[in-house]
Write a protein of this length. Structure first.
Length: 184
């Protein structure tokens, strides 16, 4: 099936999504790679944005400043398996319901997707310039000085971002593995 969804996505809509579905999203997305995941999980105080109202994008964008405003040059996905160490805790702590990235994620993420009603959507690698075309606004950036451009947390307003393919759903299915109700 094909879906056009507004962020934040309701849990009931997340439950409808199945492996292989095609999704286009509009709304706010935040980027986070390895260092950002670790920093946000270790923050004891309140972080400066609400991740539960956005989709998480495993992305290290290439940015430039034009007339004092940030513009996106390229925003392709990074390899998501690098975030496996953090992702289950991240989903739980920040009530994330959609993750976008590239490649497979592991068993801990799969369990968290089921437990907390979340999906992992895959975007085509090597299509960073195409992805940048769907970013209508750079709303903010956090931790730029601490982490650098690629690892900073960028908040993007997306419009019809996709096609994304649901690679892991909230029902325990993964496009990367054959699963049955007998799998452990």
């Amino acid at each position: 099936m094909e879906y056009h969804l507004e962020i934040p996505i309701k849990k009931d809509d997340v439950k409808k999504l199945r492996v292989g579905d095609i999704v286009y999203i509009s709304g706010n997305v935040f980027t986070a790679r390895d260092s950002a995941h670790q920093l946000l999980l270790e923050e004891n105080g309140k972080i400066p944005f609400d991740p539960s109202k956005m989709a998480l994008y495993h992305c290290g964008p290439l940015m430039k400043k034009v007339n004092g405003k940030w513009e996106v040059v390229s925003a392709g996905p990074t390899t998501s398996s690098r975030m496996e160490l953090f992702e289950d805790s991240f989903i739980e702590k920040f009530n994330i319901n959609m993750i976008i990235g590239k490649g497979d994620m592991g068993k801990n993420t799969q369990k968290a997707l089921q437990k907390y009603i979340c999906v992992y959507a895959s975007y085509t690698g090597g299509a960073g310039a195409l992805a940048a075309n769907n970013i209508k606004e750079v709303k903010d950036v956090y931790y730029l000085e601490e982490l650098g451009m690629a690892e900073a947390v960028w908040i993007f307003k997306m419009e019809k971002f996709g096609p994304l393919i649901i690679a892991m759903d909230s029902h325990g299915n993964s496009i990367f593995k054959k699963t049955t109700k007998f799998d452990v």
